[in-house]
Design a protein around this ligand. Structure first.
Ligand code: PEP
Ligand code: MG
Length: 759
């Protein structure tokens, strides 16, 4: 029966989602479409952009022998026409069409009508879906809508299934072969290391695949865990027997029966024998069982998928009870997770953590900022491109400049990347000569270079690169790794340690900026739009006791030191600023009454919400300094979620309105005699340093790893030349033109090596 309902679409998507490999996924797809739409033929051609061809990869209705053999160049046939047009091609008499190409091995002769729809993801064509019919007719609107909706929905699945197919090839290949997967550049650097998938033992869906080292042992492990669950279910059923209705008693029996069923044991054992370790094999079996239940019409039976997962979780619990491996880490561990949070980085001993890969996020996520501060590369936004849970134990290259990873690299790739790592080290060595020199232009404009810290980072690295102090200390982390707020004394101790480490250099402590992607489980509730929600100063003004405690701790920590600066995040109106200032005064009076002798600190406002740009004069009248948070300012100005990899490529500090906002802020700061600092990630971009110098920003606060490059640019440049470029940039309408202008200047200065890796 023909059905274009959402339910049908979801079922098809689900079936390909759960397929074990690419061929199965594509077969589910074409069969599903054939059944739903009642068409005679449904085929899918995967697009090979590099070779400009579409390859028949699965078909219902054409000659199955043709799969993998029909390779159509972009210029040929109606499938090529779909690629060329980038939209559906609907033809009632295909053989009569001038672009029709007769492919004898496909067996297309009897089919007249043709509808081809491109499958596209982020502007890139991944495949072409084709349906054909013997009768000559144009396909209707409903059919086109059905196929285009399906094409949009399956794009992610196709991408991942394609990637999975490639990775499987690398698993079996003897020499590897460089599967390159592009994500989003999160933090710079290059590393060759070993994948370590982050998983929670109580989440079966997160369990990675790993090679089974000893098949017999893995099998025994599985059987013992299953026996334990069968026994447990039976004995709980018996214990509760008297107090439960008979139907509920049956449930425990059912659990025992399913857990010990030949099918569950048999399928899992088969997967172990095929090479997966027991927990990975169990995950696969449970997923496929649950998918079978979920595809049933009867809602009661569909619900049983949850029971299956529950049983799987219990078996897994027994299996991982004494898992020794969980605490073994490779020396160059590349931590991998679908959605890693800054906290997850704490799961690997810091000296072994070499790089980070996450399914979600962009360069401006706090995960990336943390990686950057730790000086390790990060590639994010790989969800839907790589089956991340297959990367455990694999040799990987992480290229944090280009934002890609290479799975099981070839010898040539390893050699090439080793060369790049050496040239990186060489550049770092050359730049280390600048450590004790000031960042000053050739005509005498001085810009102070400080570092951002607070997120688990070691201060030693900041001193190694010659930091002039802390321009931004994010205080969130001590609040994050726990179940309740840290007390005043505990906070004082943390801040005091920081101050003592940096004395007599200036230290800027920012008050708590919880919310957004820094969720405190005991404080923040789930919000539909956390970045537009209860965040930063909004939280601490709603809880004045929090702000008072924190500021008192900061002030007490500054005893005997007169360079403390306090910074207020997310100021969006003057009322917030006035209320925060009055709370700071109250906290100050309190500590003075307690007998402390402390200078009133300089107070600054983060300029990171667009409204603050338009309130800049009123803000300047109230504060001692401004700190521009470009991460949030760009996010809010351009309406681009800083965490969302889908829009990461649009996040551009060189977008002319962003530069205009920066100009307004810096000029206002100068008019009012206020110190202006930039502390977002853009401050660490060597090209942007040219414009910040031209604007005469007083200081830049950057990740320690970025400091030497930024200093190198500033020292190579005259302010006069920077100003000339800035004037020229202001006549431009596109970020890309400005990028070219700045790249050209770095090239002229012989400093191209500072951006990207020394290729
Ligand atoms: C910013 O928004 O640019 C900033 C520095 O603060 P955070 O990244 O912590 O939001
Ligand atoms: Mg911010």
């Amino acid at each position: 029966m023909v059905s274009y309902s959402l339910n049908t679409i979801q079922k098809i998507v689900h079936s390909i989602d759960k397929a074990p490999g690419l061929p199965q996924a594509l077969n589910h797809l074409v069969t599903g479409i054939h059944q739903a739409a009642g068409v005679d033929v449904c085929s899918i051609y995967l697009t090979d952009t590099a070779n400009r061809t579409n390859i028949l990869m699965a078909t219902y209705g054409l000659n199955p022998e043709a799969v993998g053999k029909v390779v159509l160049p972009f210029e040929e046939g109606l499938v090529g026409l779909v690629t060329e047009m980038s939209e559906p091609v609907n033809i009632s008499d295909a053989p009569a069409h001038p672009r029709f190409k007769y492919v004898p091995e496909a067996g297309e002769d009897p089919f007249k009508s043709f509808l081809g729809v491109p499958v596209t993801r982020q502007g890139e064509q991944l495949a072409v879906l084709v349906v054909q019919q013997t009768t000559s007719r144009r396909f209707g609107e409903q059919e086109i809508a059905f196929l285009t909706t399906l094409a949009a929905l399956i794009a992610g699945n196709i991408a991942i299934a394609k990637a999975r197919g490639l990775i499987d090839d690398y698993f079996s290949a003897e020499t590897g072969g460089g599967g390159l997967f592009a994500g989003v550049a999160g933090a710079p650097g290059i590393v060759i290391g070993q994948g370590l998938v982050n998983y929670r033992k109580n989440h079966i869906a997160e369990i990675p695949d790993r090679p089974a080292e000893d098949v017999a042992e893995e099998e025994a492990h599985l059987r013992a865990a299953i026996d334990a669950v069968v026994k447990e279910s039976k004995s709980v059923g018996e214990q509760l027997g008297g107090s439960l209705p008979q139907t509920d008693q049956l449930l425990f029996n059912a659990y025992a029966l399913i857990a010990g069923s030949d099918q569950l044991v048999g399928e899992t054992v088969a997967r172990i024998r095929a090479g997966n370790w027991a927990p990975g094999a169990l995950r696969e079996t449970i997923e496929s069982f649950a998918a079978r239940f979920e595809s049933l019409e009867d809602p009661y039976m569909r619900e049983r998928a949850g029971d299956i997962r529950d049983i799987g979780q219990r078996i897994l619990g027994y299996m991982l009870k004494d898992d020794q491996k969980a605490s073994e880490y490779p020396d160059q561990a590349i931590l991998i997770g679908e959605n890693l949070s800054p906290l997850d980085l704490g799961r690997v001993p810091i000296e072994k953590l070499a790089a980070v890969i996450s399914g979600h996020g962009s360069a401006y996520s706090h995960l990336a900022i943390l990686a950057h501060a730790l000086n390790i590369p990060a590639v994010l936004g790989l969800a839907g491109r790589v089956p991340l849970n297959r990367l455990d134990g694999r040799t990987l290259i992480v290229d944090g400049y280009k934002g890609h990873i290479i799975v099981s690299p070839s010898k040539e790739e390893l050699n090439e990347y080793r060369r790049l790592i050496r040239s990186e080290a060489q550049l770092a060595h050359e730049l280390s000569a600048l450590k004790d020199l000031p960042a000053v232009t050739t005509d005498g404009v001085r810009i102070h270079l400080l570092t951002n810290t607070g997120l688990m980072t070691s201060h030693a690295h900041a001193f190694d690169v010659g930091t002039e102090g802390i321009g931004l200390y994010r205080t969130e982390v001590p609040f994050m790794n726990r179940d309740n707020f840290p007390g005043e004394e505990e906070q004082r101790h943390i801040y005091r340690q920081v101050i003592e480490t940096y004395m007599p250099k200036p230290v800027t402590l920012r008050t708590l900026d919880a919310g957004g992607d820094k969720v405190l489980p005991y404080l923040n509730r789930k919000e539909p739009n956390p970045f537009l929600g209860w965040r930063g100063i909004r939280v601490t003004l709603d809880h004045p006791e929090l702000l008072l405690t924190q500021v008192r701790a900061m002030l007490r920590a500054s005893e005997g030191y007169d360079k403390l600066k306090i910074l207020l995040p997310m100021i969006s109106n003057i009322d917030e600023l006035d209320r925060a200032m009055s709370l700071i005064r109250r906290a100050y009076d309190h500590v003075i009454n307690d007998g402390y002798e402390i200078r009133f600190p300089e107070i600054g406002a983060m300029i990171e919400v667009p409204s603050a740009v338009y309130l800049i004069d009123a803000i300047c009248k109230r504060v001692d300094f401004l700190s521009i948070g470009t991460n949030d300012l760009i996010q809010y100005l351009l309406a681009i979620d800083r965490n969302n990899e889908q829009v990461a490529r649009l996040f551009d500090p060189l977008h002319p309105p962003v530069l205009e906002a920066l100009r307004l802020i810096v000029e206002a700061g100068r008019r009012h005699g206020r110190h202006v600092s930039v502390c977002g990630e853009a401050a660490g971009d060597p090209e942007l340093a040219i414009l910040f110098a031209a604007m005469r920003v007083d200081s830049l606060s950057v990740s320690a790893g970025d400091l030497p490059r930024v200093k190198c640019v500033i020292r190579a440049l005259s302010w006069e030349r920077a100003d000339e470029l800035w004037r020229e940039a202001r006549t431009m309408e596109h970020a890309v033109e400005i990028r070219h202008l700045l790249e050209g200047e770095l090239e002229r200065l012989g400093l191209s090596r500072l951006v990207g890796h020394g290729k």
